[in-house]
Design a protein around this ligand. Structure first.
Ligand code: FAD
Ligand code: ZN
Length: 472
């Protein structure tokens, strides 16, 4: 029996998509890559996922796991050989268990992140992972990419939020590793190998996640700042003043705010005058476990002093939930506004926070020197040392011209990142987009060890080939 027929037999024809039905799954979110596949399959439980993998193994067909398809490095898009089977986890979307005494939640990989957050809230707890794609990305995709987002400075990346996993291995076996343990030193940490491996080592089918207390009050402020060094100093004071209550510190360049308010005119900054009168903006969030009044008091003490010292040019503190949402909406609209504006060149870099200001000043100047007129749509999670150092062409420039400079700009920016002891992928992963940049920035020893792990866990090389590791 051929592979397609065998897949239909296991899953039923309605869960084996081909032709036009499969198409939406075969192009990445940024519309940079389109692949082909034998089929896109939608197994309904872990056992079916294992059966599909075993079948693919028999037929030597590559397996490409797919969650919400919001990844930014085309890790879930097959190549154009047409040999792969794309395994969508969308139907594995059950909340399996809530354990409030253990503060854990066990969910299947295809659960949309927002549904996981809602399930936690219904149990009176917080699941803190939060990012702009939360309405469509899946927890499986978050784990596979070790996603970051806007709460990392307080709660860590997805890796820090996972206690256990259930995984279908590259040989079609099931590893039942759904442990809700905060301590477990019984050998090599397989869980942490699968997290962040972008579907190249196995398919995550479920996870046991950590829950936290819901904050009693949240305070949000939008700050206008004179410079990046001022932003770094405000961050440092906020850390010292708020401790673990500081749950967000997002930096945004004036060009980001110009873009968002032009593309979405209904969105406005809460300051008088033109967006460009301040070169930088920051969104700051404090989550308090006592009361609204306590939160505001702490907020005003730290921000008031920073204003007196000239570190903050203007500040707007949200008076209510609607205003807080509007501030977050400005931040979260940046990637969407960029997509509306046209093709752009994205970088997802991390740098030690102490060196970020120099990195930005020097790299901005180099870019203008080599590519005059480009716009720096720089924003990101300053509290984690992670910037989306994105570059857009001059206003009105056509896509082909933007893309013609892409490789030269990647090289310039990533060489700078390397010189500053940073990372060329802080939270989006490597996928197929970045993999051939790795040999320039990672040592031969590190790459050799990565290849050996791949060989050990995926001996037949069927799991998401052509992703994460560079060509040999
Ligand atoms: P997909 O795109 O479907 O897959 C991503 C990768 O994981 C692929 O390699 C795929 O093969 C693999 N994969 C998916 N599911 C599984 C599974 N169950 N088992 C094994 N492998 C699997 N990321 C951040 O870190 N922080 C952000 O702030 C952030 N903001 C974003 C904002 C927007 C508007 C968008 C579009 C993306 C953003 N991202 C961000 C990118 C981020 O990686 C994804 O949103 C999310 O983590 C991916 O989840 P997904 O379900 O869409 O995965
Ligand atoms: Zn981000």
């Amino acid at each position: 029996m051929n592979l397609l027929d065998a897949l239909q037999q296991i899953l039923g024809a309605s869960h084996v998509l081909t032709g036009a039905d499969a198409e939406p799954y075969l192009t990445d979110w940024r519309r940079r890559y389109t692949g082909r596949a034998v089929a896109v399959v939608r197994p309904g439980d872990t056992e079916q996922v294992a059966q599909v993998v075993r079948l693919c193994l028999q037929h030597g067909a590559p397996v490409v796991p797919l969650g919400g398809n919001t990844g930014l490095v085309a890790g879930g898009t097959p190549d154009d050989s047409g040999r792969a089977v794309v395994v969508s986890l969308a139907r594995l979307n059950r909340i399996r268990q809530v354990d409030t005494d253990n503060d854990t939640l066990t969910v299947e990989a295809g659960c949309i992140l927002q549904a996981v957050q809602d399930a936690a809230r219904q149990a009176g707890r917080l699941f803190p992972l939060s990012l702009a794609a939360e309405g469509s990305c899946t927890i499986g995709g978050n784990l596979a990419t070790n996603a970051g987002g806007t709460q990392v400075l307080r709660y860590g990346n997805t890796r820090e939020l996972a206690l256990g996993l259930e995984v279908v291995t590259a040989e079609g076996e099931i590893w039942h590793g759904l442990r809700g343990l905060r301590k477990d030193n019984t050998g090599y940490d397989l869980r942490d190998l699968f997290i962040g491996s972008e579907g190249t080592l196995g398919i995550i089918t479920a996870a046991t996640l950590k829950l936290y207390p819901l904050p009693v009050a949240r305070c949000t402020a939008l700050l206008a700042l004179p410079s990046v060094p001022a932003a770094v100093e405000v961050l440092s004071r906020a850390r010292a003043g708020f401790g673990a209550s500081l749950t967000g510190f997002e930096l945004m360049s004036a060009a980001c705010m110009e873009l968002v308010t032009r593309i979405y005119p209904q969105q406005r900054l809460p300051f008088a005058g033109a967006v460009e009168q301040h070169p930088w903006y920051a969104l700051l969030e404090l989550s308090d476990s006592e009361s609204e009044a306590h939160a505001r008091e702490r907020f005003e003490a730290v921000l008031g002093a920073a204003m007196e010292d000239g570190l903050i040019s203007d500040a707007a503190v949200a008076e209510n939930l609607a205003q807080s949402h509007a501030m977050w909406h400005l931040r979260e609209s940046i990637p969407l506004a960029q997509a509306e504006e046209g093709k752009n060149i994205k970088h997802d870099v991390s740098i030690p926070i102490s060196r970020i200001a120099d990195f930005v000043a020097e790299t901005d100047a180099l870019l203008q020197q080599h590519f005059p007129g480009v716009r720096n749509i720089t924003f990101g999670h300053l509290g984690d040392g992670n910037l989306h150092y994105n570059v857009q062409g001059p206003i009105g420039e056509a896509d082909p011209e933007v893309l013609a400079r892409q490789d030269a700009i990647y090289l310039l920016v990533h060489d700078q990142v390397h010189a500053y002891q940073g990372s060329i992928s802080a939270e989006h992963g490597i996928g197929q987009m970045r993999r051939n940049e790795l040999p320039r920035y990672k040592s031969a020893v590190e790459l050799k060890l990565m290849r050996r792990i791949k060989q050990a866990l995926d001996p037949h090389g069927i799991m998401n080939p052509g992703k994460t590791l560079p060509d040999e």
